[in-house]
Design a protein around this ligand. Structure first.
Ligand code: ATP
Ligand code: MG
Length: 277
């Protein structure tokens, strides 16, 4: 795709359940895509700023420009430079960082016109410069997550293979259908990624089977699963991707395989319908 002058495919990494691997998947899929020669922007759509911190930017509270700044300026109809505030990470991804100011912005969105579309307006400014833009969503279905779903072409749903995900998933899928009907008809679920798989237990495999039975007919459940490993948790704490922290380990290898599977999945669907405008 780099050789074509096409707009980026925008992917929201979403699940309102907390701690399922959204941020870990966003950063390692993003860097995996860079390793495949793609130009990638990661956007931290979470006021916790975990994506920003997991890439080593631990001092995000002092950033002059974050996602809250550019979204705030768009709300005030100010013109902004597309590159404003974007950080260039040493592993090749670009990042629009966030910090706690984003929660204030979310509150102020409630009373504005087209409140669901503000992030989309930002993405439209930058999407011509990238092949892929990944949106790391927060664990809620609040206004910022709705903004991410409104701005996205595809949704990737990480599911932790350690609890029964069925109920929460139904709620997420209902929200996605509502957004698709009302504000973003092109939105599609790309698939479900099982994370933190403990292959020693039968439980993890049972959940895989259960998911397949409940959703497999309509939603892709990726073959690649991400194993549970303390190395993954360490890498986020160290501010490095898994490829840097433990390049020969099983999580790096899983995210590498997942990146390939994800690209094949996207390209297959692109041929059928296309996500480009
Ligand atoms: P939140 O909902 O709070 O945004 P999240 O869905 O983004 O959470 P992560 O932050 O990616 O989830 O992961 C939750 C925790 O689990 C983190 O401490 C992370 O380092 C750890 N973790 C992520 N993937 C794995 C894994 N494969 N094995 C072990 N620990 C992991
Ligand atoms: Mg997160």
């Amino acid at each position: 795709m780099s050789e074509n002058v096409q707009d980026a495919c925008v992917i929201a990494v979403a699940n309102q359940k907390g701690g399922v691997g959204k941020t870990t998947t966003t950063s390692n899929l993003g860097i995996g895509l860079v390793q495949q020669g793609k130009k990638v922007l990661l956007v931290d759509v979470d006021a916790q700023g975990s994506l920003t911190a997991s890439l080593g930017y631990h001092d995000s509270d002092i950033f002059e420009v974050t996602l809250a700044t550019v979204m705030g300026e768009l709300l005030c109809e100010e013109a902004i430079e597309p590159t404003k505030g974007i950080l260039h990470h040493k592993e090749g991804v670009d990042l629009m960082p966030s910090n706690i100011e984003l929660s204030g912005l979310e509150v102020s969105l409630v009373n504005v016109m087209s409140r669901e579309m503000t992030l989309k307006r930002y993405i439209e400014l930058v999407r011509k410069d990238y092949d892929y833009i990944l949106l790391d969503c927060m664990p809620s279905l609040g206004m910022l997550t709705i903004n991410a779903l409104a701005a996205a072409d595809r949704i990737l749903i990480p599911v932790q293979a350690a609890y029964l995900p069925i109920k929460g998933l139904q709620q997420l899928i209902r929200t996605i259908s509502r957004v698709k009907k009302q504000i973003n008809p092109k939105l599609e679920i790309e698939g479900i990624l099982l994370t933190m798989m403990d292959y020693r237990t039968n439980y993890a495999k049972e959940i895989q089977t259960l998911l397949q039975e409940a959703y497999g007919k309509n939603i892709t459940i990726f073959h690649t699963t991400i194993p549970l490993s303390v190395r993954a948790a360490e890498s986020a704490a160290e501010g490095k991707s898994i490829y840097q922290h433990d390049p020969k380990g099983k999580v790096a290898s899983a995210y590498h395989s997942f990146t390939e599977e994800f690209l094949i999945s996207l390209n297959g669907k692109e041929k059928k319908g296309g996500f480009h405008r």
